[in-house]
Write a protein that binds this ligand. Structure first.
Ligand code: ZN
Ligand code: ZN
Ligand code: ZN
Length: 106
């Protein structure tokens, strides 16, 4: 599998960006609207002219998330219930759950 290009205001190799740069902010997402990877929705909004469209409910099997620590890609269904990367154990920011509605149809 080719390594995805992470766009936006990334500040390090673990996909933190200037909006979310805490120790647990290590997840990047592939957006449904443009099939491009960004560290967060603010990065997407700054770089793209179109509004975000959310992943439909029927696409939960899409591997649209990436762990910035180990580059493991996992599905939306896996991500929605994960507290850490299943591959390397890196913890995910629990605060991201409050943003799921911007990325996914819930
Ligand atoms: Zn987009
Ligand atoms: Zn960002
Ligand atoms: Zn990982």
């Amino acid at each position: 599998m080719d390594e995805p290009v992470i766009r936006g205001a990334a500040v390090d190799e673990q996909t933190r960006c200037r909006h979310y740069a805490g120790p647990l902010d290590v997840v990047a997402i592939r957006f449904f609207c443009c099939d491009r990877w960004y560290p967060c929705l603010k990065c997407h909004q700054e770089a793209e002219a179109h509004p975000i469209s959310r992943w439909p409910l029927g696409r939960r099997a899409e591997r649209a998330l990436l762990c910035g620590v180990c580059r493991h890609r996992f599905s939306i269904a896996e991500y929605l219930v994960a507290e850490a990367c299943a591959d390397c154990g890196a913890g995910f920011n629990p605060g991201c759950a409050t943003h799921h509605e911007f990325y996914f149809e819930l």
